[in-house]
Write a protein of this length. Structure first.
Length: 334
């Protein structure tokens, strides 16, 4: 398949996080066919039942090209026009998988070896695949992580600090609210306090931001709510500790502030002459650490359309990414 055909084939396999088995099996079989004719080796890294990473190596990898196979919901099948390929995962990150695979075939055609492809599960939720891979490195000196950066090398990416805010109350008939204690009202008061916490800035990465992503609770309109919960995500530009402390103080005794995930912001290595950018999203790289080598971050597509109903990737960027990834491998091996 060419890069466009492979992108569409991958997009058309639903692989919402926790359901990556089919797309992983497809990629394993696809890469085995390439490896059989080029002297490579393909293996699966089991993460949990039905979920596994796929690793393909040619020689001893000095450079590993890596991205994720999972997508956010909902599943959106592929379509294309003269300019774009559309569908869930088109840019985040199935088009990237296709361009990395195309780069591998290009390099192999030139007689280049000592590189790998690593495609992982779970990036969109908890980086479970990257965590497993981090425990089983292969000696790679550089990890080129693929995310939508419009084919520009990222200088830095923000981190993530995620909380659950849990409020508890006492049920009562809504006609007699004095007999109950509303968990929803407690939660709303705690959220309002958190919203007024000042967040830091960084000269390179810009402002730290907060999103209240979900709110749930209560049982019925005529029942005083005995439980309510919100999920909060902060994009970090520095140390998480001051935000952690400020949120806890703002919430006080009104609710329980439970930390779910903390991933630090990260600065990346660059390659001379390639254009650069700074991104606000979080990637698998902090979970990998440097177990697979010094990290770089770049890929085709725009993060501004990822996770939307109009997710798409420009065919021109996909084609450009094949040569871009191949050139990065050549330079890093030099």
């Amino acid at each position: 398949m060419n890069v466009f055909e492979l992108t569409r084939a991958l997009v058309d396999i639903e692989s919402i996080t926790d359901n990556e088995g089919l797309v992983a099996a497809f990629l394993q079989n696809y890469l085995v066919k390439i490896a059989e004719r080029t002297g490579g080796h393909v293996e699966r890294m089991d993460v949990e039942p039905g979920r596994f990473n796929v690793l393909a190596c040619w020689g001893k990898p000095l450079v590993t090209l890596s991205t994720h196979m999972d997508t956010v919901p909902p599943f959106i099948p592929s379509r294309d026009d003269g300019e774009f390929i559309w569908g869930r995962g088109a840019c985040d990150a199935k088009g990237i998988i296709a361009s990395m695979t195309g780069a591998a075939e290009k390099l192999l055609g030139e007689g280049v070896s000592n590189f790998g492809l690593l495609f992982v599960v779970g990036e969109e939720r908890n980086s479970a695949g990257a965590a497993v891979a981090a425990r089983t490195p292969r000696g790679s000196r550089y990890l080129v992580n693929g995310e939508p950066t419009e084919n520009k090398l990222a200088l830095a990416s923000k981190g993530t600090l995620r909380f659950e805010l849990i409020a508890r109350g006492k049920m009562a008939h809504s006609a007699y609210p004095e007999l109950g204690e509303s968990a929803i009202e407690k939660l709303l008061d705690a959220l309002e306090a958190v919203r007024h916490v000042p967040l830091p800035s960084d000269p390179l990465m810009g402002r730290s931001t907060m999103n209240i992503g979900t709110i749930s609770g209560g049982r019925a309109p005529n029942v005083i709510a005995d439980a309510a919960k919100a999920e909060i995500l902060v994009r970090l530009v520095g140390d998480a500790a001051p935000i952690r402390e400020a949120f806890a103080q703002a919430v006080g005794t009104r609710a329980e502030l439970k930390e779910v995930l903390c991933i630090a912001p990260i600065h990346f290595q660059t390659v001379d002459s390639l254009p650069t950018t700074v991104v606000s999203f979080t990637t698998d790289v902090p979970v990998f650490g440097k177990t697979w080598g010094e990290p770089l971050l770049l890929g085709p597509g725009s993060i501004l359309v990822a996770h939307t109903e109009n997710e798409r990737i420009a065919k021109k960027e996909l084609s450009g990414a094949v040569e871009m990834y191949a050139e990065v491998v050549r330079r890093l091996q030099a």
